[in-house]
Design a protein around this ligand. Sequence first.
Ligand code: SAM
Length: 190
Amino acid sequence: MIEVEGFVPWTWWPHEEVGHTDESKKEIHALFGKTGAFDTPKPERLLKRIIEIATNPGDLILDSFAGSGTTGAVAHKMGRRWIMVELGEHCHTHIIPRMKKVIDGEDKGGITEAVGWKGGGGFRYFRLAPSLLEKDKYGQWIISKQYNAAMLSEALCKLKGFSYVPSDTVYWQQGRSTERDFLYAATQGY
Ligand SMILES: C[S@@+](CC[C@H](N)C(=O)[O-])C[C@H]1O[C@@H](n2cnc3c(N)ncnc32)[C@H](O)[C@@H]1O
């Protein structure tokens, strides 16, 4: 049960309180200029309301359709942790530049003033690899043709809990878990 002092959730949210489409378009223009527009942005105030109702500071918020990154930007300014997933190029055109501005304290718009946001924090960016396995014409699971030897070794390291740190001098030391424990993904027959 989450209790937010002095605030009772109500089903009718007027635009005076949570913003409107025009406001969100202006927020996006302020961040990216008119050429960096995004078709369906949400106003930061709307996300603030939702996040206030549903979460507490420090909680983890997932937006698996991140778009222009409003959810993550607002979550960050409100002291929540976040994961955003994006399939398209918006990661590079919108989300990463936006989050950098938020972190550097350069985003003065949206809810920045309302929550007293001054900047801080950080994020990590991961690119999803293709699936390791695919079915061949006989219905057998085989290593995907998109994988080269280095990718295969890195994937196996991840699956086995090794760090992928290929040695410069010893070809079979591709991954390691301890000083003496190495992983080598063979791609030739013996
Ligand atoms: C309507 S937008 C999201 C808007 C965003 N939540 C915001 O407030 O700005 C939907 C986004 O989901 C992305 N998307 C669609 N299918 C996806 C998928 N399977 N995985 C990740 N992202 C996806 C689209 O590229 C698009 O940017």
